[in-house]
Design a protein around this ligand. Sequence first.
Ligand SMILES: Cc1cc2nc3c(=O)[nH]c(=O)nc-3n(C[C@H](O)[C@H](O)[C@H](O)COP(=O)(O)OP(=O)(O)OC[C@H]3O[C@@H](n4cnc5c(N)ncnc54)[C@H](O)[C@@H]3O)c2cc1C
Ligand code: SF4
Length: 331
Amino acid sequence: MLILPEFALLRPKTVAEAVAAARGAQGRFDYLAGGTDLLCNYKWGINTNPTVISLRHVAEMNRRDGNRLGGGLTLAQIERDADFLEAFPAFRGVLRHLASPLIRETGTLAGNILLDTRCIWLNQTEFARKALGNCLKADGPECRVVKGSLDRCYANYSGDMAPAFMVLGASVRLAGPDGERSVPMTSFFEIDGIRRNVKTREEVLVSVDLPSDARDVRASYQKFRVRDAWDFAEVAVAVGVRFDGDRIAELRLVGNAVASIPVWLPDVAATFTGRTLDDATIDAIGDAVTAAVSPVRATWLPPSYRKQMAGVMVRRALREIRDGAAVPVGA
Ligand SMILES: Cc1cc2nc3c(=O)[nH]c(=O)nc-3n(C[C@H](O)[C@H](O)[C@H](O)COP(=O)(O)OP(=O)(O)OC[C@H]3O[C@@H](n4cnc5c(N)ncnc54)[C@H](O)[C@@H]3O)c2cc1C
Ligand code: SF4
């Protein structure tokens, strides 16, 4: 059995108190939300800080105000929010296939967006990691997945919420020692499995904000994983379309679980503006996404298979958006 190491647990009641506690810990801390990801990493010795700052008692983060969703909302609270799901039905599909019901009861929105990247090399017990030799993300000399990479980690991002928010035009609101700022979700992530995103260590992810025109985007999230009970995605896509009559006024595409960030593909999407969403266009968009993504061997399934499946997932998403019904698996 893996034992949780000892640490000091702080319980601030406001965002300001949380940031002050982080300052006091001088970089040797982690924020804690539901703990479904973080505490596993403590047990595995991947995180080893002496102070943990719980955000569960920060009231302003635990509610939704219109299009502003508090970072502390649990995934199950969002799943039970009928008004939100009616406005943004794509999240029904996202949440139904995200982890397991038990994990969704505890895991939060912010924790999901900030989910650490994962890699078949690193995400093992300390015993196994030491036997095989450490890698860049664990103070080793080089990446073990992409041989010769001395400065970049290729671990996989597989959080399911961020890509869906990306195609709806959402931003994240961060609060830190220098005040508040809002960052579009499309520029929040940074292409490195260690650095992961632009949030500074002491900043709290307070909320996710959707723009007022987000309801005009028809969206779909499609995910492929080995065990449907709770596995992380091996490949997934988020697709959003704004229509002008039967033509594509704007297409938004994200490839997920194919890199260390959700991959936003504006250039690929722009080439389809003005086209009708017929079968030929759907196939062409699927092929373009397959060509654009380049997964590496950081998950269980071979990269070449995941690359092909990205296109298949895009076709399913677009047919769901066009026809208004879920596409059966295998179609
Ligand atoms: C068996 C299993 C299967 C899973 N399957 C999936 C899956 O299919 N899809 C998927 O998306 N996820 C999956 N997960 C991950 C799970 O959904 C996430 O762990 C959960 O959403 C994280 O939320 P949390 O509140 O528990 O975060 P925590 O574990 O508490 O924190 C995660 C990270 O976010 C930081 N953090 C949390 N909140 C804040 C904040 N407000 N401000 C600043 N930093 C913060 C923490 O410091 C930590 O680095 C799975 C997890 C498990 C254990
Ligand atoms: S991708 Fe490379 S550096 Fe990153 S966790 Fe895996 S082996 Fe380590």
